[in-house]
Design a binder for this molecule. Structure first.
Ligand code: NZQ
Ligand code: ZN
Length: 393
């Protein structure tokens, strides 16, 4: 285990009916003027919008709204939100939605206190300061883990480019998590969310740092819990138990608890952010295509193989083939692909409607024009990225 620091101060408010407390909670944290940020129409259709408005009103809070956050959230809306925050002297941001809404609020919060253009912060040209408008969330989609994470991801639709920044001060102050709010999710979003949380677990799990037994075991439990509950939630969208397990997994997969004391990889996320930056596909769908292909690619590397075998045996209950460990690892990957396919997600770029045209550009972005490698478990050079993209097509 390597040295680490870990602090996650987000208060998790979990369970049925918890969204009704949002006004009182905000008030307890000192909010007086709130910007209520959300996406499209899902919260209006479900009735959540009305409950939030009632709770804010009952608590006597002044608030205004910013709707219109889209998946792969746009910097243009972040800029608009910053203007509103300054004009209306907003002292709390309330994000009601999934990762895109929460990330919009996180970047907005820091952008308010930055004199230049917020893209300087998002693209890591300038480091964020210590002042920000705090963020609270009501989570409606367990996936990105942004409800407790210290980072945010935003797209500049004009370049196009999707990237992000982080700060220990970026974690939301509190997150309200009612699994019932996820009953209305389309199957595709449920599946994408589960793929994303499994990927967050795996980006940390696939590490060469030795002696990380406890966090390995916790990560395996998170992945196994998702594998067990995803088919239940798809077959029975209103199954509270399955939705609860998935929701908790989403948060704990990404709050970095399981990343403590180890070198992390993150290659699949860097690659996927380029793909969804160009093609605007769901983040979880991009990960469903890249992750098994990447694992298969690494099976030929003898330093990576033992961990891929451990994953197959412990997570997928594959019987160990001592004569041919690679076969064991490949069987684990095959079972992952079966889960992905069964959940209705794509396994190839072609199935997601993506051609080979941008391969060179994507590989350049991931490796800074071939001058750097990406990932720690296996440092992917530009030629590796191109070879992997070829397998993904
Ligand atoms: O806009 P509405 O109408 O609300 O519809 C949304 C949206 O179209 C819908 N939705 C959300 N909750 C719903 C619902 N529909 C019905 N019922 C509900 N309860 O779902 C669609 C997708 O929402 P989005 O917020 O984009 O999804 P997700 O939570 O997967 O977030 C993805 C974004 O998070 C970033 C991704 O890159 C992507 O941009 N990530 C953020 C991370 C972080 N901050 O820590 C880490 C992740 O790795 C990820 O990169
Ligand atoms: Zn992710």
């Amino acid at each position: 285990m390597v040295n680490f620091e870990f602090q996650c101060a987000t208060k998790m408010i979990f369970g049925k009916g918890t969204e009704e407390k949002v006004g009182e909670e905000l008030k307890a944290y000192g909010a007086t003027r709130v910007l209520f940020v959300y996406g499209g129409s899902s919260i209006k259709r479900s009735g959540l919008y009305d409950r939030v408005v009632k709770s804010l009103t009952d608590a006597g809070l002044w608030f205004t709204e910013l709707p219109g956050v889209v998946p792969n959230p746009r910097v243009s809306l972040v800029r608009k939100g910053i203007e509103i925050c300054r004009k209306e002297k907003i002292d709390f941001l309330l994000a009601v939605g999934g990762g895109s809404v929460i990330d919009t609020c996180k970047s907005m919060g820091f952008g308010v206190y930055y004199d230049g253009d917020v893209w300087d912060l998002i693209s890591c040209k300038v480091r964020p300061g210590t002042e920000r408008v705090p963020v609270a969330t009501i989570l409606t989609l367990p996936a990105a883990g942004s409800e407790e994470s210290d980072s945010c991801i935003v797209s500049d639709e004009t370049i196009p480019m999707k990237t992000g920044f982080g700060s220990p001060l970026m974690r939301p102050v509190f997150s309200i998590m009612n699994p019932e709010l996820t009953y209305t999710l389309p199957s595709y979003q449920t599946a994408c969310g589960c793929m994303d949380m499994m990927s967050h677990a795996m980006e940390r799990y696939f590490s060469r740092t030795p002696n990380v037994e406890m966090t390995d075991r916790v990560t395996e439990a998170i992945i196994k819990t998702v594998i067990h509950n995803l088919p239940i939630a798809l077959a029975h969208p209103n199954d509270y138990a399955a939705r609860s397990e998935i929701m908790l997994c989403g948060t704990w997969a990404q709050n970095d608890m399981t990343g403590c004391g180890r070198e992390q990889d993150w290659f699949n996320h860097v690659l996927e952010h380029q793909i969804s930056g160009f093609y605007d596909i769901a983040h979880g769908a991009g990960l469903a295509i890249s992750t098994p292909a990447w694992m298969e690619y690494l099976c030929d590397n003898e330093e990576c193989l033992p961990k891929l075998v451990q994953y197959a045996v412990r997570v997928w209950n594959v019987e160990m083939n001592f004569e041919n460990p690679k076969d064991t690892a490949l069987e684990g990957i095959r079972r992952l692909r079966d889960l992905i396919r069964g959940a209705g997600l794509p396994l190839t770029l072609k199935e997601a409607g993506i051609d080979t045209e941008k391969f060179e550009e994507i590989a350049d972005l991931v490796t800074n024009h071939g001058t750097q490698t990406c990932g720690a478990f296996y440092p992917m050079a530009k030629e590796d990225v191109l070879a992997l993209l070829d397998r993904m097509k």
